[in-house]
Design a protein around this ligand. Structure first.
Ligand code: DQA
Length: 145
């Protein structure tokens, strides 16, 4: 099973960026945790981060034929990007939306996701563990299908 993890803008700064909101774990450390869990599950993992909306759209388009499912932390694009939504509608790859912080407990503009209704489900608020919970949920759903 092939799973791609797509990370959006500013997630490259995890560890330094607003640690009171996002914690001190870096994206590289999260990637290592997720890779280890994926290996244990027999999952082939691809990992991607971009600060650019167009590159995120390209990455979603690239999922077709290369991934059985995806974990997506679209960061701020979650709340703003109709282009990301359109790409997900075009590609129709099963995905879990995830966030480190609980977006529903934050500012009003973060409480809406433009992609959540397209997702199998949403994991939000568990810090780095959100990635592991989302992986577990996606693998379970893909294996059950
Ligand atoms: C985030 C939440 C978003 O609102 C924010 O723009 C991010 C990170 C999270 O993982 O908590 O950059 O997706």
């Amino acid at each position: 099973m092939r799973i791609s993890v797509l990370n959006g803008p500013n997630l490259n700064l995890l560890g330094q960026r607003e640690p009171e909101v996002y914690g001190r774990t870096t994206l590289a450390e999260i990637e290592a945790m997720v890779r280890e869990a994926a290996r244990g599950d027999g999952v082939e993992l691809a990992w991607f981060q971009t600060n650019h909306e167009g590159a995120m759209v390209d990455a979603v388009q690239g999922l077709r034929g290369t991934a059985d499912g995806a974990l997506i932390n679209a960061a701020a694009l979650t709340h703003s990007s109709l282009a990301l939504r359109d790409a997900l509608l075009a590609v129709r790859v099963p995905f879990v939306e995830l966030h480190l912080s609980n977006i529903f407990a934050r500012e009003p503009e973060r409480r809406h996701s433009k992609i959540a209704d397209l997702a199998l489900g949403v994991v939000t608020g568990f810090g780095p563990q959100s990635y592991l919970l989302a992986l577990q949920a996606l693998v379970g759903r893909l294996r059950a299908a």
